[in-house]
Design a protein around this ligand. Structure first.
Ligand SMILES: [Zn+2]
Length: 94
């Protein structure tokens, strides 16, 4: 779904700290608790982050984001493909 204003609204409402995602409220459906996953490239501290709501499956993709040192990040192509295949129901707002 193309909706730049909504995308910015998501960005504004997201917690700055990853530990707070479990307590964050989805702006689409109001349920509490958002999920996220980092995907990256080997040897590069920047990657992208997928954020989504497990209730309504709305989400956004954040490009060029710095991956925290302690984050779980999918780097291998088959890992990324498997993850994206199993989360293909996410409706990305962009
Ligand atoms: Zn939701």
């Amino acid at each position: 779904m193309k909706n730049p204003d909504r995308y910015l609204e998501w960005l504004r409402k997201l917690p700055t700290d990853d530990v707070a995602y479990s307590d964050a409220v989805c702006i689409e459906c109001g349920s509490r608790g958002l999920s996220f996953q980092y995907l990256g490239v080997s040897g590069n501290e920047f990657g992208w982050k997928l954020v989504w709501c497990g209730e309504c499956n709305s989400g956004i993709r954040i490009s060029r984001t710095k991956i925290p040192n302690d984050a779980v990040v999918l780097v291998r192509e088959n890992e990324q493909k498997e993850f994206l295949d199993s989360h293909s129901n996410i409706r990305l707002i962009s």
